[in-house]
Design a binder for this molecule. Sequence first.
Ligand SMILES: [Fe+2]
Length: 300
Amino acid sequence: MSIDIRFADAPLGHEIRGVDLSQSIEDATFAEIEAAYDRYGVIVFRDQTLTPDQQIAFSKRFGPLDRYVLERYNLVTHPDIFVVSNVIENGKPIGLADAGRYWHTDMWVKPIPPRGSMLYALEVPVRDDGEPLGDTYFSSMSAAYDALPDWLRERIEGRKAVYSARKNVEYRIANAPVDPATGELSEEAKEGMRERLANMTPEITHALVKHHPRTGRKCIYYSEGAISHIIGLDEKTSDETLEALRQHVLQPRFIYRHRWRIGDLVMWDNCSCIHKATGDFDLPLRRRMHRTTLSASVAV
Ligand SMILES: [Fe+2]
């Protein structure tokens, strides 16, 4: 069978239709799905109904899985599933509510970050007028690489950047949504940031341009508010280059906005795209998602 792709009005975020992920998928069809995932970086499946076992089974077709570092956010019965949610049960959050509300690629704290993730929507916050909230944005880092102006390509090609956990946590606290009652970041949010900082390697180095490990295509490797400096450039040039890079990779022509519906499963690749969650909702509007993480190498 040949898969049916409905192309998004962006270089990534294309919808694959006619596949029921709860069933065992034949090898030829799976190969087409994997090729689309590798090629585009973000693919979308709508109207799925998946148990944790079924999501894990589909995820494992791509290879071994990684577990999220904060165990308490993983499903007790299925620790390969990491819960992204703002729901509180018995006084405790059932998942991680702040799922990366800044442009990033997952787990840049690791020398070899995971290949990618898939996120399956069980509950989606919806406004009174029916508009979904909590959109996720994706930007294609392979398309952004291809469109680099010559001067910026020459500036970053072959160079490495230092990522700083402290800088990132400070950036995220400064940019996090505040408690409307106090005008400050909630203690819980601050504690969550500090806890993650404690689990992070203080500094790590990544190439600014990576080859995608499966397609060989060049991608810009970037996360906002995480890079302290580019090695080999003076501070002023490094700062100017990072700002130019930020403006380049966030151009609307590279970006797909995913508007969630219950039953969506979205997969993204950590080398060829960056993503950002939005936190434009709060309880009693509930969001609950199950994430699996594909272990594999992103070229370093
Ligand atoms: Fe993320």
